[in-house]
Design a protein around this ligand. Structure first.
Ligand SMILES: Nc1ncnc2c1ncn2[C@@H]1O[C@H](COP(=O)(O)OP(=O)(O)OP(=O)(O)O)[C@@H](O)[C@H]1O
Ligand SMILES: [Mg+2]
Length: 265
């Protein structure tokens, strides 16, 4: 039995978001965002264009230099402190090396003081989901890079977030595992209704998963195009091989190529 009500999705707004680091590096120039509750949005763009920075801003791990960024009307830091319903999978999985896999996944739930049995149940479910039910007793350094990434994904999902931020979560996985996790992520998203912002370098993955694809580039970060994805959910493996899907992916690739060309001009 769950002791918490299932969260609905968070809504994200950004107005003229600008991020400059201390060394004067402008990572995000001007970004406007409007993501409705429960949306699945993919973010693609050339390396170094500011995708991870945008996710870190939304996660409240760093703050905007100017402009406004809100999660359900609060600053990301306030949103995080209030609900603890914000989960993220960063590009480098940040696992605590002195905690076993199982205890890493449990950590956000322990911080929320959930009952032990519920924590255990959620941890087991999440580990099964990412196919790691057999390594709960191991330590992160005993795992491969892809396995560590999956632990980080399990930790995020066990938290049952209202906002899930994912930064190339499946990049290090083999194609079959990646497709399986794509389908399972979509199933969970449809069941739970969280908002998802998903960074990927694969236009196929972006098109397959999301309702909307934002293209970022050139550096410093700006959103140069937003595509509505013209395919209904639930999606199935058939979609991946359909001509309509191939056409849409081509269109995305062309936009991305243009963004990259502008960067190198
Ligand atoms: N903490 C930091 N201090 C200074 N500069 C930073 C910092 N973090 C990122 N940057 C710079 O900001 C820019 C955007 O970086 P970011 O990591 O957001 O790119 P990205 O789009 O996620 O790239 P990739 O696709 O390679 O992951 C880069 O030029 C990077 O060097
Ligand atoms: Mg990145």
């Amino acid at each position: 039995m769950m002791t918490e009500a299932a969260p609905s999705g968070a809504c994200l707004r950004g107005t003229q978001v600008h991020k400059r680091f201390d060394d004067d590096m402008i990572a995000i120039d001007t970004v406007d965002l409007d993501i409705a509750a429960g949306q699945f949005v993919a973010l693609v763009g050339p390396s170094g264009c500011g995708k991870s920075t945008l996710l870190r801003l939304l996660a409240g791990l760093t703050t905007v230099t100017s402009g406004e960024l809100t999660v359900d009307g609060l600053t990301p830091r306030q949103a995080r402190a209030k609900e603890r319903r914000l989960a993220y999978v960063l590009q480098d999985p940040t696992l605590l090396r002195w905690r076993r896999v199982r205890d890493n996944v449990a950590l956000p739930l322990e911080l929320r003081h959930l009952p032990t049995t519920e924590v255990q149940q959620r941890v087991e479910t999440a580990l099964q989901w990412v196919g790691l039910e057999d390594v709960g007793q191991m330590y992160p350094q005993q795992l491969s890079g892809g396995m560590r990434m999956r632990v980080s994904i399990a930790r995020a999902l066990a938290a049952e977030p209202s906002l899930l931020l994912m930064d190339e979560p499946f990049g290090a996985l083999d194609e079959i595992t990646r497709q399986r996790l794509n389908d399972e992520l979509l199933e969970l998203w449809q069941k739970r209704g969280f908002t998802c912002l998903f960074v990927t370098h694969s236009v196929h993955e972006a098109a397959y998963l999301s309702q909307q694809v934002m293209i970022m580039g050139p550096r410093p970060g700006r959103i140069t195009a937003v595509h509505q994805v013209p395919f209904a959910h639930p999606r199935s493996a058939d979609l991946r091989t359909s001509p309509a899907f191939a056409g849409f992916v081509r269109q995305l690739s062309a936009d991305l190529t243009q963004a990259m060309a502008a960067e190198h001009a």
